[in-house]
Design a binder for this molecule. Structure first.
Ligand SMILES: Cc1cc2nc3c(=O)[nH]c(=O)nc-3n(C[C@H](O)[C@H](O)[C@H](O)COP(=O)(O)OP(=O)(O)OC[C@H]3O[C@@H](n4cnc5c(N)ncnc54)[C@H](O)[C@@H]3O)c2cc1C
Length: 483
């Protein structure tokens, strides 16, 4: 390993890859005033396609905190009803997702469909608002690390020196390969799809259309209207032996054959892909000063829409930890990233494989990712430590309506002091926002106390999980020192 210990540091963190994972991480760092550069080998006008298009409720909560929930909801839509055909004949129309209304603790109960390119655009705009632009046409081609930092080389011949590097560079991650980290799992050659974004004048936009084989009930084609555009996402399974035809004519042929509709014409094709399903998990998420996140660390089937969501939440877990360690917290905090997130990826791989293998299975509440918990992890203390911190409508001291998610929004932990009368324990540092329930936060409708109880302290981490749930003020102070 080359030593660069004396080299000048250009930035705190280099993020390789500006997909949803890298962009979320860069926002998390930039809003904490951590120096960050984010590189992507694609040009600025690259069109990634619709790809990961289901945003799960937990991800919507993350986007609430990041300040982008409004454009996400304004441009996305709930899952449209599905129209199923056997051969060419319509047989069923209905909903694939259970209808749910918001509740005091769950403000975003249902997934939102949003093409990946638009989610990325909204994330990029938020990042630009924080003064950071993605560096396009900037391929990482190698790196060296030493005790003090990482030196990253780009294809254009420049080198960047940083304290840490994060490989958010997708399933074929060059960072992971260069680290020599294994990617354990399988690829299923028989699970193969042709995917592309198409325009088809005259095609229905009010439903998601799925054509099944009347004999074996297997999906033959799926056409999904992409909200706010003229596009449909078309997917059609092919066999392991097929030679994929990624041209417009190839997609036209598949559309006519599989839907039995001779009247439909494909007029545009974008982002055609020959997609093979793999289920793989990185053996490690950290090697020294280099981390893996998103698809670089885990890949699985699209069933259940877990991929993009798991990547965004990796970044949300890692961002605040990197910022705190750069500000002087113990380095061991960074080891908790793998300890907390690798088991979550294992669950996501298991769930998406289960949904892929059991074609009759309906996505259940596990796909929403609201029940994910770090309860058995290294940062969980006390009763509900590690669980997701629920929302609750409440009022500020002057009677203005707010919600806990608005109170939590931002970059520091939040301490809820639930004792009556409320008291902030001594020794709690300025780095935490402390609220006495009943004094600084009012709970006229009882939602806050219904969710959090009426005694002790609950410390909510910057990523919206309960850190410590305790009656002991000393335990709160000790926890804050550890993070
Ligand atoms: C065809 C397809 C369909 C999918 N469908 C679904 C779905 O329906 N639901 C779902 O949840 N998920 C789906 N996924 C998965 C989802 O798209 C991914 O989980 C998601 O994109 C992961 O985000 P990421 O940021 O981790 O990686 P990516 O989005 O892959 O981003 C990685 C970025 O790194 C850049 N990069 C790579 N190497 C370098 C380098 N050396 N230097 C600089 N930059 C580099 C790439 O250009 C890219 O922009 C699909 C994926 C594909 C490919």
């Amino acid at each position: 390993m080359v030593s660069h210990a004396n080299a000048e540091v250009d930035t705190d963190v280099v993020v390789v890859g500006a997909g949803p994972t890298g962009l979320t991480l860069a926002i998390e760092l930039a809003r904490r005033r951590v120096g960050v550069r984010i590189l992507d080998r694609n040009p600025a006008d690259f069109y990634p396609g619709t790809r990961g298009n289901g945003l799960q409720p937990r991800t919507l909560e993350v986007f609430h905190d990041l300040g982008i929930i409004d454009p996400i909801l304004a441009t996305g839509q709930e899952y449209p009803p599905v129209q199923v055909y056997f051969g060419g004949s319509p047989v069923y129309q209905g909903h694939t997702q259970r209808r749910s209304e918001p509740t005091p603790d769950v403000p975003y109960p249902v997934p939102i469909v949003q093409p990946q390119w638009r989610t990325e655009r909204i994330l990029r705009e938020r990042l630009a608002g924080l003064g950071v632009a993605v560096e396009h046409d900037a391929e990482m081609v190698g790196f060296d690390q030493d005790d003090d930092g990482v030196t990253v080389s780009t294809a254009a011949g420049s080198s960047i020196r940083a304290r840490f590097m994060v490989g958010a560079d997708g399933g074929r991650s060059g960072v992971r390969k260069a680290l020599g980290v294994g990617f354990t799992g399988t690829t299923r050659p028989a699970e193969r799809l042709l995917l592309g974004d198409v325009t088809v004048p005259g095609m229905r936009r009010d439903v998601w259309q799925v054509w099944l084989d009347p004999v074996d009930k297997r999906v033959r084609a799926s056409i999904w209207p992409v909200a706010g555009t003229d596009y449909f996402r078309m997917s059609a399974p092919i066999t392991a032996d097929d030679t994929p035809d990624l041209t417009l004519e190839g997609f036209q042929r598949l559309l006519t054959e599989r839907t039995h509709r001779r009247d439909l014409t494909v007029t545009t094709l974008a982002a055609p892909t020959d997609y093979r399903v793999s289920m793989r998990l990185a053996d490690r998420y950290r090697v020294g000063r280099v981390f893996l996140a998103g698809d670089a660390a885990h890949v699985h089937s699209p069933a259940g829409s877990q991929g993009l969501n798991t990547g965004v939440q990796d970044a949300y877990n890692l961002g605040w930890k990197l910022a705190r360690v750069l500000a002087g917290a113990p380095d061991a905090l960074l080891d908790t990233y793998e300890a907390e997130r690798r088991p979550v990826a294992e669950q996501a791989i298991g769930l998406s494989t289960e949904l892929l293998d059991d074609k009759q299975a309906e996505p259940d509440d596990r796909t929403l990712q609201l029940g994910l918990s770090y309860r058995d992890g290294p940062l969980a203390a006390g009763g509900r430590g590690g669980d997701r911190a629920p929302d609750a409508p409440c009022h500020t001291a002057d009677g203005t309506s707010t919600s806990l998610f608005d109170v939590f929004r931002g970059t520091s932990p939040t301490l809820l002091c639930l004792e009556r009368p409320g008291e902030v324990p001594e020794g709690v540092s300025d780095a935490v926002r402390a609220y006495r329930v009943g004094v600084d936060l009012l709970d006229p409708d009882g939602h806050l106390r219904a969710a959090y109880g009426d005694s002790g302290y609950v410390l909510v981490r910057p990523d919206g999980y309960i850190g410590v749930d305790t009656r002991s003020a000393d335990e709160v102070a000790a926890y804050l020192t550890a993070i």
